[in-house]
Design a protein around this ligand. Sequence first.
Ligand code: NAG
Ligand code: NAG
Ligand code: NAG
Ligand code: NAG
Length: 293
Amino acid sequence: MSKEQEYHPLISDPADDIDADPSPLGPSSWTARWTSKITRGMLAGLLTVETVALVISIVTLFKRVPHPTCTVPASSQRVLYSPALSAVEHEVQVYNVGFTGDLSPFQRPSSPKLDQMWSDLYNFGISRITKEEAAQLPNKTHAIPGDPGHYIAELDVFHNLHCLNKVRMALDPDYYPDWRISTTNNHIPSQKNATEHVGHCIDWIRQSIMCTGDTSVIVWQWENWVNASIVKGNVAHTCRKFDKLQEWAKDRMLLKAYDPTVHIEDDIVDRNSTRPIPTQQNSDYKPGPISPE
Ligand SMILES: *[C@@H]1O[C@H](CO)[C@@H](O)[C@H](O)[C@H]1NC(C)=O
Ligand SMILES: *[C@@H]1O[C@H](CO)[C@@H](O)[C@H](O)[C@H]1NC(C)=O
Ligand SMILES: *[C@@H]1O[C@H](CO)[C@@H](O)[C@H](O)[C@H]1NC(C)=O
Ligand SMILES: *[C@@H]1O[C@H](CO)[C@@H](O)[C@H](O)[C@H]1NC(C)=O
């Protein structure tokens, strides 16, 4: 009997129980039976080891999922505290596309009127919040000297707009010479060197756009007049109502001058140094205790 035949039963009928096989086939058959038993034992052993290994791997993998401290995991829908969350309302907005035929009121030459329009967007952005609100911020802020129980704050939306306005000004240096981005040749002593500030602003806006991650969808639609599908920007966006945020800030506008040289100690815990940003794993995150003033 050839080796091939010898091992035939294993291959041809793996479901066949060798022990129950009623037909004795001589010495070679005996060898085959034992080979079969050993192989089955090894296979079963291997299968067990592999299964155990797989279970261990899966358990280890789940245990090793890092607990983020600086970013909120994608699964978390939690939003960090802001005293302006109560002012957040949504609405559907269609942007001005910004090309001829659909220009926004802001697309006009530099002028006092345009400066005023930009100023009206954000020039009330430094706010005065209560101690109770300040105590819930993820980052500690400072008390306002001479205004007991109130703290200084600024919603980033207004800082973003300020930044974009500076970039706009830098793009029209003949009208805004102070905001000319300096090169070694065009710097005049009377102007500010806006290079650093504008650089900060462009990168801040980049990070803000990436942070917000607008998932509104720009579409293509067929146009008979060109026999082509054309990209369409005038689509629906889910927006936070900007006027509600403006209202919030105007109601809390810091009117008197803020003296940054006065240090005021308080009992507000700096969450940054004591607690991680809330995640689903840390859903017991609560505002720290606030002592009466
Ligand atoms: C303007 O500021 C930039 C960035 O800080 C610096 O690299 C550059 O040398 C400055 N230019 C002048 C003319 O001072
Ligand atoms: C668009 O395609 C149709 C069919 O091929 C043709 O009759 C028509 O003239 C085209 N229109 C333009 C604006 O090219
Ligand atoms: C917050 O934490 C960072 C690093 O974790 C540290 O550099 C920074 O000074 C902290 N801020 C405060 C106000 O404690
Ligand atoms: C604000 O808190 C974040 C998150 O804990 C921390 O990384 C950052 O350094 C803090 N910044 C300040 C100015 O405290």
